[in-house]
Design a protein around this ligand. Sequence first.
Ligand code: NAD
Ligand code: MG
Length: 297
Amino acid sequence: MSDLYKLQDPTKQYPQPKFKHQPQAVPGIAAEMMPKPDHGEKSYKGNGRLPHRKALVTGGDSGIGRAAAIAFAREGADVAINYLPEEEEDAKETIALIEKAGRKAVAIPGDLRDEAFCVAMVKQAHKQLGGLDILACVAGKQHATEKIADITTEQFEQTYRVNVFSLFWTVKAALPLMPPGGSIITTASIQATHPSPSLLDYAPTKAAILAFTRALARQVAEDGIRVNCVAPGPVWTPLQTSGGQPDKKIPEFGSETPMKRPGQPVEMAPLYVLLASQESSYVTGEVYGATGGLEVS
Ligand code: NAD
Ligand code: MG
């Protein structure tokens, strides 16, 4: 556990390569990773920045979504999380952490590839939380494939369904329920602007998310809704160890960054909190990177 608030060298703050090979099936489980990702369980301290907010976080069971969910709760928000039914083990941990922060937690398992589910998820979150002020769309699918010849149409379509279509369906359902002051946060990637050759299906979905964020922000600004994007670099999450990277690249994961280590999910959390909070009232249509020094734009 790192003390987030102590002055220290960030290059040494969290685990550095080499990591063990540790392939997992999709969706990966954070509880099985070595070392375990740091989602801020023991370190993130809230400062009352999201008092009584109602937040829905997709992909909230693990990784960046869990880090955002923990931080939102500790800042004062009630939080609903969505995840796949196979991720119940990770989801239970996140739910317990939200409750331990003294906030209401709502678990909404289900598959975002289904439009009807996306609509039902938003309605359930709104009903059980008693409102919806923050929508953090964090869920994502990434499967590294070296050659275009090996990317099936099914894989290409599934990646688009999870990363792009579900965003459209979820945001469309949520907007009529969100009050002025509401904040939508999308999750792109450094891949949106610096695509890896092995992520030919994934990288364009992240570029789409970026464009969607900017277009939507300009469309709904007059309604008092802000829309911004977090663009992470390499982050130590089960997405990566379950095929997001080829297993042979896991030992050196993150070493390509100027900081020479991957980010931890907790290092993304302050961006989601800032963008969710009223403190960033003049920020919309923006992309906030956290990449260990790689360039996002
Ligand atoms: P993660 O595996 O912890 O989270 C991804 C989540 O997506 C899963 O927990 C799962 O609940 C959800 N998901 C996937 N398919 C789904 C489906 N069909 N229905 C419902 N939920 C589904 O990994 P993470 O790295 O924290 O990923 C979070 C986001 O961050 C993703 O959008 C990812 O593209 C993005 N991102 C990650 C990195 C990285 O290096 N880890 C870098 C840039 C961007
Ligand atoms: Mg997960």
